[in-house]
Design a protein around this ligand. Structure first.
Ligand code: ATP
Ligand code: MG
Length: 398
């Protein structure tokens, strides 16, 4: 058992000793069997939330309505969720209404894919009611039960399928894939934020090309914001080298570049995808850099200064996919050698200029400071008080 499970064993034992069943379930069991690093250990139990709260001293009501209680044990937190079935799926989304049950089978049956429907007992025994182990071995993503029904119940599962395809490097079993194709339009019922999360995970996965290809072929893409006519661009992206992307900014930069959006369109596009403002910032800042790199134009110190190293490296990551990248070391060194990294490092400030040049506060002052900043960044003037004041006096008299 991986250490994460070993650490959590006392929680399972305590529940079992109280006369209930408890298992590790979901992604952590799948990832452990694949030998991958596991994150958040989920526990499923036959005990009802009120019973869990009686058994443990320190608990938090994380999602009582859904049966989830967080158990705090030696500085660690475990989500313990009562076995449940979900009923009354309305609007093709996960239902708000759940029914607690005492049967593990019922709980595993409502899970999306066979590889996600494995349970692990305290003694290491795996409970595999839907042949998830065989699918894990054959690297197959297969819906639990009838895929048509399952995607009808919750359309997000279709995005999860292509996401896992990319993350795990598995393939989607043909009947499941056909059902996605058939029901792709149901994705329009799902909140954009949730589609966004799955799409980003797909794009960051090691098998991005496979996941993206399914995303295109099943027509899921057509239900995503501003992707109605994006098939050619997405197909072109699927033909680029398979190098994994490291972060979300790179994902969106790649998309907006291939979609040939300008900076204004980028903002609208990312807002439609419900992206955070920091992402908007990062992508609109790195797009002009990427375009320079692709056009083989030299980057100036000012480009590095304005964008910051992170955005430069994001642009470089995408430029590399198009065969126009530079080494990370070269770019990093170049950034580190900038005479100035931010305005506050300029050794003169507004007050100094006012005094030395006997100026009045006003727009002129801002212009002078900006000119000094640019000249220092470009390496035309050194960042020293006398040099800067002399240059400012000259500019002021010009
Ligand atoms: P990740 O590595 O991204 O956390 P995960 O499989 O753990 O992958 P979660 O969203 O954390 O995904 O969900 C935990 C488990 O809950 C899944 O393994 C699956 O059994 C079940 N599950 C999650 N979302 C759905 C869904 N939309 N429909 C059915 N079962 C789901
Ligand atoms: Mg998880």
């Amino acid at each position: 058992l991986p250490t994460e499970f070993v650490q959590a064993l006392p929680v399972l034992r305590t529940i079992t000793q109280a006369g209930f069943e408890a298992y590790f379930v979901g992604g952590s069991v799948r990832d452990a069997l694949l030998g991958k690093q596991i994150h958040d250990v989920d526990i499923a139990t036959s005990a009802y939330p009120a019973e869990i709260k009686q058994i443990f001293r320190r608990t938090v009501d994380t999602g009582i309505k859904h049966g989830t209680v967080t158990v705090l044990q030696q500085d660690l937190a475990y989500e313990v969720t009562t076995f449940r079935t979900e009923s009354g799926y309305q609007d093709f989304r996960r239902p708000d209404h759940v029914t607690f049950v005492r049967s593990l089978r019922e709980d595993l049956k409502r899970r999306d894919f066979t590889i996600n429907a494995l349970a692990l007992q305290h003694d290491g025994t795996i409970i595999d009611l839907f042949a998830g182990l065989t699918d894990l071995e054959n690297k197959v993503i297969r819906a639990v039960g009838d895929p048509n029904e399952r995607f009808h119940e919750d359309a997000l599962r279709m995005m999860r399928a292509v996401r896992f395809e990319s993350q795990l490097g598995f393939s989607i079993e043909p009947v499941t894939a056909t059902a996605i194709q058939t029901h792709h339009q149901l994705l329009s019922k799902i909140a954009i934020e949730r589609i966004h999360d799955e799409f980003v995970k797909l794009m960051l996965g090691k098998a991005r090309i496979a996941g993206l290809t399914s995303f295109i072929q099943t027509e899921l893409y057509s239900q995503c914001p501003d992707f109605e006519t994006a098939a050619p661009a997405l197909t072109a992206i699927a033909q680029l080298p398979a190098t994994a992307l490291t972060d979300e900014a790179a994902v969106w930069l790649l998309l907006v570049q291939q979609l040939q959006l300008d900076v204004e369109q980028v903002k609208t596009f990312l807002r439609h995808w419900k992206s955070a403002n920091e992402l908007l910032q990062a992508v609109s800042c790195s797009l002009p850099l990427l375009q320079k790199m692709l056009a083989q134009q030299p980057l100036h110190n000012w480009d590095f200064y304005q964008a910051g190293l992170t955005n430069v490296l994001t642009a470089n990551q995408i430029a590399t996919l198009y065969g126009a990248g530079t080494s990370v070391a070269t770019l990093t060194t170049r950034y580190q050698r900038l005479p100035l990294k931010k305005r506050s490092e300029l050794v003169v400030n507004g007050g100094d200029l006012l005094k030395a040049l006997k100026l009045k506060p006003g727009p002129k002052l801002g212009q002078l400071l900006a000119a000094l900043e640019q000249a220092v960044v470009a390496g035309d003037i050194s960042n020293e008080k006398t040099a800067l004041l002399a240059a400012a006096a000259e500019l002021n008299n010009a």
